[in-house]
Design a protein around this ligand. Structure first.
Ligand code: ZN
Length: 292
């Protein structure tokens, strides 16, 4: 009888001992796992591989009017590609009228060269090759009817590519079109229209690159936004910036050597390495008065 009573006590002591050992073992395993993970991260950092292999890669789709438009956020695109994310640019027109700093006449030949320049730039940034929509123009210079057709085509194409790529983030110019360029503004408006029309504002978060007043101090043409509305600050590295310079050098028909040098000087002088963005946000509700 006594032995029957004592046995459970012995068992109890053993169970307690086992549970103490078990607890210690769990802590040991936990600490060991952390050490292994930290060591692995260190190895990946040293070997230059992106640590974000541990994270779910995201898809960023930037939609612009012309080959070269993406260069304004080249460092940011390079940063996310370097971190292992899928980054792609969708370009509405071939920019075949863009004779800016080239003697090549406007037309399909210039469009073909500009497409090649864009492929070169995307490679320099380390992002996927660009997708071209080959639209004629996005303003009324080609006539109102033709413009409306091109705009409608852009609506359809933007919707199609968003559905195809399922991006986690969309980027396009803000309603200011960077400096009021009509084709930038129309492209921006079309992306917003697609999101509003399809009810996709929350599903596909859209961001506009933007500048503060102090950033555009020396340039009257560039638009700016009050800093309180810039709700995303992206920090990039000097290496990302170097990729942006390399990409800019691809655009021989668009930038002179002195313009590229000016870009390099401005960017390297600015040590903050921050690009601002503003998210396109729409409120919902059922108010019955404007001031409710
Ligand atoms: Zn442009």
């Amino acid at each position: 009888m006594n032995s029957q009573i004592e046995t459970p006590n012995i068992l109890l002591r053993c169970e307690k001992l086992n549970s103490e050992i078990g607890f210690l073992e769990i802590i040991t395993i936990f600490v060991s796992m952390r050490i292994i993970l930290l060591s692995l991260s260190l190895v990946l950092l040293i070997s230059g591989l992106p640590v974000s292999v541990f994270c779910q890669p995201k898809t960023i789709l930037a939609i612009f009017a012309h080959p070269d438009d993406e260069n304004i956020i080249g460092h940011v695109l390079a940063k996310y590609a370097r971190s292992g994310h899928k980054v792609q640019v969708l370009i509405a027109t071939d920019g075949k009228e863009g004779t800016r700093v080239t003697s090549i006449p406007a037309g399909d030949s210039l469009g073909a060269i500009r497409r090649q320049e864009s492929i070169c730039a995307c490679e320099a940034l380390g992002i996927l090759p660009p997708v071209f929509l080959h639209l004629d123009r996005l303003d009324t210079k080609i006539g109102v009817r033709k413009y409306l057709n091109c705009r409608k085509q852009l609506l359809d194409e933007v919707k199609k590519h968003i559905e195809l790529l399922q991006p986690d983030v969309l980027i396009t110019f803000g309603p200011d079109g960077e400096y009021g360029h009509s084709e930038h503004i129309v492209t921006s408006a079309v992306v917003q229209e697609v999101l509003l029309r399809e009810g996709w504002v929350e599903k596909y978060p859209l961001f506009f690159p933007a500048f503060t007043k102090s950033e555009v101090n020396n340039d009257d043409d560039i638009s700016f936004v009050d800093e309180k509305y810039l709700n995303l600050k992206v920090k990039y590295s000097d290496d990302d910036e170097m990729k942006m310079f390399k990409a800019a050098k691809c655009y021989l028909t668009q930038f002179t050597e002195s313009e590229i040098q000016e870009l390099i000087t401005d960017e390297t002088t600015d040590k903050l390495n921050i690009m601002y963005f503003r998210q396109f946000i729409v409120t919902t509700g059922n108010r019955t008065d404007f001031w409710e």
